[in-house]
Design a protein around this ligand. Structure first.
Ligand code: G3P
Ligand code: CA
Length: 265
């Protein structure tokens, strides 16, 4: 219960709704169309995964390879942006009504957000950063700087960087000390609860919903230790209710429209 953490749960309408890979239940994940839809639907923020191409560009792709979400084959890291641009990242989603779509670069996503005409938060996840010796984070910081998105204080930031990798979060914080970071976790770490700081010096803890269902006390313990909690991927109405009861600050969901409606927005 919220009372168990001793901290009042955020107001129901104040809970942030973040579109996971865009409005990705409705449209192919990580496409411009899926993100534009999420903005139209009123999502507070957009989540995306970033990977480095062979020619050092950041693209929005979840998997290591393009196989599941395009008509091509191969590792993202082994292909240039020009090669990725030849693939269709849309039609796999609904083969009966194919919607071709191109690879989305992080720059393309930042451009969309810049044109949104309202505040749109970004939750950017670095994938497998150990492989690139800091190049992912360096390029990320360079692009955010280009779009004027590097914060002077954590409070003013519309961007947060998420990772399962403590190393990646450290790199980001070293480059941009005011950048809010989210430490993602799939299982309870022995260290959590005994210390006030999160791995990677993160400001926010990001447990998966399976973990929260199994161990709701984890959220209470995190909040009691003063951490904010963002949960992924919250698509079921009962999971939304559970997160609200526990005082979760942000819900990362493939179904922003439905979750917003459930919150009365
Ligand atoms: O938002 C965090 C969540 O996306 C982490 O898991 O596998 O969907 O990137 P994954
Ligand atoms: Ca992700």
């Amino acid at each position: 219960t919220p009372a168990a953490s001793g901290i009042p749960a955020p107001d129901r309408t104040a809970v942030r709704v973040v579109a996971h890979r865009g409005s990705s239940a409705a449209l192919p994940e990580h496409t411009l169309e899926a993100y534009a839809r999420a903005i139209e639907e009123g999502a507070d923020g957009l989540e995306c995964d970033v990977r480095l191409t062979a020619d050092g560009r950041l693209v929005c792709v979840h998997d290591r390879t393009v196989r599941r979400t395009s008509d091509g084959r191969g590792a993202v890291s082994a292909m240039t942006l020009a090669q990725l641009s030849e693939l269709d990242f849309g039609s796999w989603h609904s083969p009966d009504t194919p919607r071709p779509s191109s690879i989305l670069t992080l720059a393309g996503l930042l451009e969309l957000v810049a044109q949104a005409g309202r505040r749109v938060e970004l939750a950017i996840e670095t994938k497998h950063p150990t492989r690139y010796a800091g190049r992912t984070e360096a390029e990320l910081v360079r692009l955010l700087d280009h779009y004027g998105l590097l914060p002077r204080t954590p409070e003013e930031s519309t961007v947060r960087i998420m990772s399962f990798s403590e190393l990646s979060l450290h790199r980001v914080r070293r480059a941009v000390p005011a950048m809010p970071t989210v430490y993602l976790l799939e299982r309870r770490l022995p260290v959590l609860g005994r210390t006030r700081s999160l791995p990677g010096g993160a400001a926010v803890a990001g447990p998966g919903i399976e973990l929260v269902r199994r161990d709701p006390g984890l959220v209470t313990a995190l909040r009691r230790a003063g951490h904010r909690v963002h949960v992924w991927t919250v698509d079921e109405p009962e999971d939304v209710e559970l997160c609200l009861e526990l005082g979760v600050e942000a819900l990362i969901t493939n179904r922003p429209r439905e979750v917003l409606a459930q919150l009365g927005r």
